[in-house]
Design a protein around this ligand. Structure first.
Ligand code: HOZ
Length: 447
């Protein structure tokens, strides 16, 4: 009999395109059918068939405290009892904005929206209005949501499903989008030489985390800062993933590079729909109603989201929170790397002859996996990695109760609830999974 997940998927597909509301969830990159999730607690999720998994998707990074942390659940419940939405200002908006402004060195004001897509799209509109220029430089493999100007060589779901540039986006909408390779400062310099006066902004994920995990090369972010300044363009950090996850504040704090505008999402909403963009008053005051740049939203600054965000940031602000998060990521990365290394030493097949080995990349609290000869430093290396092997590894891990991102272009997220036991069990599962994978491949090669 079909599993309950499978039945629900069939039902959803009849009325929802592809059965999902966000493409990566459909498991297209790893094959098979997605699990439908019934509940989550701490580091675990349970599917609708009652199976438990250690979760490394963690709502794509939105849950640094784990699933259903009591403080967040209680804050949301209390907010809901007082009314779910007013379309009028509430006190919690100012409180969350204050916490964000305090954490981001260059930001004086924040505008809340409902998703990272909205944040990036609105930040670009603001940058264009502020500079009076149309152009935007984006990096191949970076993902800034699905607004038209960014759907060129986009990462995440766009890359997973083989449509890095989407039909339905008119040429005019991307005429002013200029693409450069990530970590290639010389290419950005050339773009500025050619069209410097028309470039409003450079937008970048300070740590690329939508084409797997590719950390910034030394000097890359500093170079972007200097170039944009020299040419009168704005630097936009898309910190939807890194914001309040890589450090209190985000990548800009960790690397000491201050952008003009910052896009946020995920963590600041504690698992409820959210986005935000922030910057100095001098730029932000151009937004309506203070200025003429229009952007609005019925559910923006929603009291439930604000309550969840405040409770999450309150927990993360406690001394040692980021050290603990990073220690968990380190233990996970070391455990996975050791699993990959231990098999040949024990005379077991880690891989068939010529198969790409598992590379574990870690940057602070973030972890990425690639099957490649070496950790990718650029988009081209990412595309050359062995995606089919990742897919097989994904299923071997799932069989052993570990839920990895269902795409090689997404990354792993730990939470404060991922304790040593859970992390060590993951490493054991990885050793078994790699061994099973190696044996199957060796048999296929022989057969
Ligand atoms: N774009 C998200 C990952 N980077 C996926 C969102 C989802 O499917 O929930």
């Amino acid at each position: 009999m079909a599993s309950r997940s499978s039945q629900l998927f069939a039902r959803a597909r009849r009325v929802i395109p592809g059965g999902v509301d966000s493409p990566v969830r459909a498991f297209g990159a790893v094959g098979g059918e997605p699990l439908f999730i019934a509940r989550g607690e701490g580091p675990h999720i349970w599917d609708v068939d009652g199976r438990r998994y250690i979760d490394y998707v963690m709502s794509w990074g939105a849950l640094p405290l784990g699933h259903a942390p009591a403080a967040v659940v209680e804050a949301v419940a209390a907010a809901a009892r007082a009314g779910t939405s007013f379309g009028a200002p509430v006190e919690a908006e100012a409180a969350l904005a204050e916490a964000i402004v305090e954490a981001l060195p260059g930001a004086e004001q924040v505008r809340f929206v409902n998703s990272g897509t909205e944040a990036a799209m609105s930040a670009l509109r603001l940058a264009r209005a502020y500079t009076g220029r149309p152009g935007v430089v984006k990096f191949a493999g970076c993902y800034h949501g699905h607004a038209d100007p960014f759907l060129v060589e986009a990462g995440s779901g766009a890359l997973t499903h083989g449509h890095p540039s989407s039909p339905g986006v008119p040429e005019e909408a991307v005429r002013h989008t200029y693409i450069a390779p990530y970590n290639d400062l010389a290419a950005v310099e050339r773009l500025f030489e050619e069209r410097g006066r028309s470039i409003a902004a450079v937008i970048v994920e300070p740590v690329a985390a939508n084409m797997g995990l590719v950390p910034p090369a030394p000097g890359f972010l500093e170079g972007l800062r200097a170039l944009t300044r020299r040419h009168g363009a704005l630097l936009i950090f898309d910190e939807v993933i890194t914001g309040f996850r890589l450090a209190w504040g985000g990548a800009q704090v960790r690397y000491g590079v201050q952008p003009d505008l910052t896009c946020l999402g995920k963590v600041i909403g504690g698992g409820l729909p959210v986005g935000a963009y922030a910057g100095p008053r001098e730029i932000m005051r151009r937004l309506s109603p203070e200025g003429p740049v229009y952007q609005a939203g019925t559910l923006s600054g929603n009291p439930l989201t604000m309550a969840a965000g405040l409770a999450t940031l309150e927990a993360l602000r406690r001394p040692g929170a980021y050290e603990r998060l990073e220690a968990a990521a380190r233990r996970l990365a070391e455990g996975l790397a050791a699993a990959a290394e231990s098999l040949p030493a024990a005379g077991l097949p880690a891989a068939a002859a010529g198969a790409a080995p598992l590379q574990v990349v870690r940057e602070g609290t973030l972890v990425g996996l690639f099957f490649a000869p070496r950790p990718p430093a650029a988009y081209a290396d990412v595309l050359a990695a062995d995606r089919a092997r990742y897919a097989r590894f994904f299923w071997e891990m799932l069989k052993r109760g570990v839920y990895l991102p269902p795409s090689p272009f997404e990354i792993l997220f730990v939470s404060l609830a991922h304790d040593k036991d859970v992390l060590d069990r993951t490493a054991e599962a990885a050793r078994d999974a790699l061994e099973a994978l190696g044996r199957a491949e060796a048999e296929e090669e022989e057969g």
